[in-house]
Design a protein around this ligand. Structure first.
Ligand SMILES: [Zn+2]
Length: 332
């Protein structure tokens, strides 16, 4: 499982803000308790002094400091007990005055066992989903909301069954792919078919489900993705955003590439596409591609290296039926 460096940075910023908020709340609660219990401030200062005495006794040179340390320790315990009694007597939970870390697992460092801690990775998932929601109209993107009623239930002799039953199989496979990611037997998916058959919708459902399960998922249309490769190549990247995006396209756990074939297919685009496919396939990183092009059209449009990667490494999922968007506009 990998994490987007950008999401990690955002997660750390959010954690720092939460910690700041917690420190401010603690300080204000402390001030309120001291106003309510003037004795509390005196006890707190006496406790600090007793700790100081224990430390200086321990550092004493010459003579045996054991007795002095023990005296200071007992004095400290007695003061602590008085403080607890004072707070409990006033109905205040002493734990509320302790500066405990928000995340006990990492003590708010953000790292646990040499890896980003859960408190960070959970925020990364939220950042990933928020990003996908910005790009996709996310409310539509749930498998449960995907309706098969738009697909014809009538037998189609060319298909050997009905478009609806074929789409049922496609839907089930996409759902399994997302639920089992990255262990589905189909490593990469190639969704293809005419306009308005639900390819973007289903690839968006896969993206959201996989991101929700904690995997770093990037969604991009082919035009936008290849535009970033061009910006990087032709020095049109003053802010470094294109470079960061290209790294994300290459390193994320799942890349959902929408609408392949809609881009201008220049020699540069062919080579950038090959580089991306090859790099991800070699690294074992998964991809879901959607396109209007079937494999014949892919072979016509792309150089053999690109076409053979798509043909050999992706499970093809043909989409059937009539344009759902057009149907929605017409009364049924
Ligand atoms: Zn943590």
């Amino acid at each position: 499982m990998s994490y987007d460096p950008k999401h990690i940075r955002q997660a750390h910023r959010r954690l720092e803000a939460q910690r700041g908020q917690r420190r401010a709340q603690l300080a204000s609660f402390e001030a309120q308790c001291r106003r309510q219990l003037p004795e509390l401030a005196r006890l707190d200062s006496a406790i600090r002094q007793s700790v100081g005495r224990a430390v200086s006794a321990a550092l004493q040179t010459g003579g045996d400091p054991t007795q002095a340390v023990e005296r200071a320790r007992r004095e400290n315990l007695a003061l602590q007990a008085q403080r607890l009694e004072l707070l409990r007597g006033a109905g205040i939970d002493p734990a509320r005055l302790e500066d405990a870390p928000l995340c006990p697992l990492c003590g708010d460092t953000g790292w646990h066992d040499g890896a980003p801690c859960q408190c960070v990775t959970q925020l990364c998932v939220q950042e990933n989903l928020a990003e996908l929601d910005l790009q996709l109209d996310s409310q539509r993107f749930s498998f449960d909301a995907f309706s098969l009623t738009w697909y014809d239930p009538g037998f189609d002799p060319r298909l050997g069954e009905s478009p609806r039953s074929l789409m049922e199989t496609v839907l089930a496979l996409c759902r399994d792919y997302a639920d089992l990611f990255p262990r589905h037997s189909a490593r990469n998916l190639y969704l293809y078919g005419g306009t308005g058959l639900g390819k973007t919708l289903l690839s968006g459902c896969i993206a959201r489900t996989v991101a929700q399960r904690g995997f770093w998922t990037v969604y991009a249309t082919a035009g936008a993705l290849l535009g970033q490769y061009e910006a990087l190549k032709f020095n049109r990247d003053p802010t470094g955003a294109a470079q960061e995006d290209v790294r994300r396209f290459e390193r994320c756990d799942l890349l959902v590439l929408d609408d392949l074939g809609s881009e201008m297919t220049t020699p540069f685009v062919q080579s950038a596409l090959y580089q991306l496919l090859n790099q991800r396939l070699l690294a074992g990183r998964r991809m879901v591609i959607s396109s209007n092009l079937d494999m014949d059209a892919v072979r016509e449009r792309y150089v053999p290296q690109v076409a053979s990667r798509l043909e050999g490494e992706f499970q093809e999922l043909p989409f059937f039926g009539q344009d759902v968007r057009l149907q929605k506009k017409e009364p049924r």
